[in-house]
Ligand binder design. Sequence first.
Ligand code: HEC
Length: 333
Amino acid sequence: MLARSALRSARSAGAAARNTASKTSSRAASTASSTAGGASSSWKANALPAGATAIAIGTTAWYYHLYGRNVDAMTPAEEGLHPTEYPWEHTKWHKTFDHQTLRRGFQVYREVCASCHSLARIPYRSLVGTMMTVDEAKAMAEENEYDTEPNDEGEIEKRPGKLSDYLPSPYKNDEAARAANNGALPPDLSLMTKARHGGCNYIFSLLTGYPEEPPAGAVVPEGLNFNPYFPGTGIAMARVLYDDLVEYEDETPASTSQMAKDVVEFLNWAAEPEMDERKKMGWKVLAVSSVLFALSVWVKRYKWAAIKSRKIVYNPPIKTPNLRKLGKPEEKS
Ligand code: HEC
């Protein structure tokens, strides 16, 4: 049967060849007199896609030229020293925050940084269960006073803080903060680890990177302090962390780098309080989806088994008149 169909297709191929031959010859004859016309029409046909391609490439290049590249306001030298990569335990993908560290870091924030920096996006309630008990957080909230809603006379009174209140800011407003800091604004630290290149590494390097004296030749403007990690190297914040500045309740030695590490991990928590939960959810997703994936592989193999294991066998009939005419395949090769 295969041989027969092969013969048939050979015949029809021959016919097709004959047909095309006659067609091309007739077309050649008809277009021979107008070769110029044919050439110009093919040029026109190519011009449109070529032009469109050129415009597309040009537009992309122009867009990239305008917006694609990084535009830096400062040279890398002015950008500040690149912070060292530290092996932060909590940033590993299967690790959580160390909650003992968070508690220590919050202590450093409260005792050192809170006199200048606000942490305005953190409510007392978020401290519960992450670094404090409910009672501890409530007691801490009650140490501060907050405005009440206006009463019937429209008076706003003071009430002790509640768990739903946010951490108080050291200054009433930005102007007051600037006035107290030689015109420099201590930024809010809630999202600081996300707001700076280098995140944790940068803040750790900044806090521990104040040299005893600025290097020879460095120009430090009046009222600023030299810190190689700060863009421009002149920072309005002086060195704030010194060994044994705070006394940890868990008796961890309070070296400068220990405090810096604790407060940086705490600030990372402040900026990403969902991290522990997110990583846990990631594990659940991996567990469920790997089971589902294995299941889907099995179902696929099951459904395809009939097709994949099917074997189509064709045994050509040996003795047919047409085949004899063609000669046996063994003789040919
Ligand atoms: C005496 C007040 C004061 C204290 C205390 C203080 N800071 Fe600052 N901090 C500042 C000021 C002022 C600036 C703004 C610096 C500038 O813009 O030059 C600043 C800036 C910063 C910045 C931003 C740097 C940048 O890249 O813009 C970080 C981060 C920071 N402080 C962290 C801390 C931490 C963490 C603590 C506590 C360990 C702390 N600060 C304690 C006054 C203070």
